[in-house]
Design a protein around this ligand. Sequence first.
Ligand SMILES: Nc1ncnc2c1ncn2[C@@H]1O[C@H](COP(=O)(O)OP(=O)(O)OP(=O)(O)O)[C@@H](O)[C@H]1O
Ligand SMILES: C[C@@](O)(CCOP(=O)(O)OP(=O)(O)O)CC(=O)O
Length: 341
Amino acid sequence: MKIVTAVAPVNIAVIKYWGKRDETLILPINDSISATLSLEHMCAKTSIVCSPDLTETKFWLNGELQPTDSKRFQNCLREIKKLVNPNLEYLSWNLSICSENNFPTAAGLASSAAGYACLVYALAKIYEINGNISSIARMGSGSACRSIFGGWVRWQMGNTTDGSDSLAVQIAPETHWPEMRVLVLVVNDKTKTYSSTSGMKTSVETSTLLKHRAANIVPQRTKEMITAIKNKDYKTFAKLTMQDSNQFHAVCLDTYPPCFYLNDTSRAIIELIHFYNQNKGETKVAYTFDAGPNACLYLLEKDVAEVIAMINYVFPPTSLKSDYFKGDTVPSKKLDEVSLK
Ligand SMILES: Nc1ncnc2c1ncn2[C@@H]1O[C@H](COP(=O)(O)OP(=O)(O)OP(=O)(O)O)[C@@H](O)[C@H]1O
Ligand SMILES: C[C@@](O)(CCOP(=O)(O)OP(=O)(O)O)CC(=O)O
């Protein structure tokens, strides 16, 4: 019997991935950029048992049995197994996989990114594979390819049909911008109505704004974002981050039928942050929202205490779940192996 437990971090995009050019291989229509958060507060944790006594492969997520015949799960398992020494005695043994997220799942806080990065990493450990597993994680969930690396990561969309050039690469390591912090404001921890997968599929089919974004906006914005990150230019970084989040949600509205991910509290957070920055006379804090109402704020360490105080003052305790309202850190540690027997 073999047992592995691994933990993997979430990543929060500052240039959003939204739209696929290949649904099976999970190839995107534009580049994206994210920071991988530290494992301290938010992570997926996955344990895998591999044993000759197991009669079938099973997968539990947050205590609930999941189907193992999904294309994504099977693709990850198949691609990992392709890299395994065919003589490995336990290659044919079944697996018992158990994963848990210590933060809301499918609520727009990148659970699929941490979850599939963790699954693929744990599988690689079980089968003793070394090498870059980011492209395999991508086949589980696109954004997962970025969670394999720490620090600032770019997922290059690539152009080939086989996806060989659609790769995540590190722009800057976790040590690059040590003052950077992320605050996660949980507005609603419920599972969202439209998954990212189905939302972006409808956007690709119906949104003309998404076509314009992918062709004419993201290429230039990606270059500017990389320069801002490399130069630690917070003002430019913050503006690009907020503009990209807003454009992504504009695409969601331009989708037919529209996907509403933001709610009134999300919009109040956006207004508050612009008001606060304006009153301070400089950009102190930037928001970004994934496919959900929950805000991620990027800000510098020196401003964390005041921004937390301001948010606590404006929002009554019931409107934000203070359990999750905490500072996470970028720089991050990478994936971690908890134990290996
Ligand atoms: N720990 C995990 N292990 C494996 N799969 C997971 C795990 N956590 C989440 N997932 C998968 O990811 C799905 C949620 O993905 P989805 O992209 O809709 O939400 P999200 O990643 O939380 O939000 P967003 O993509 O907007 O940041 C879950 O329904 C489940 O299939
Ligand atoms: C809004 C996003 O978080 C979308 C993430 O989409 P997913 O990676 O969850 O989608 P699939 O590839 O279909 O699994 C933006 C981002 O993380 O870049």
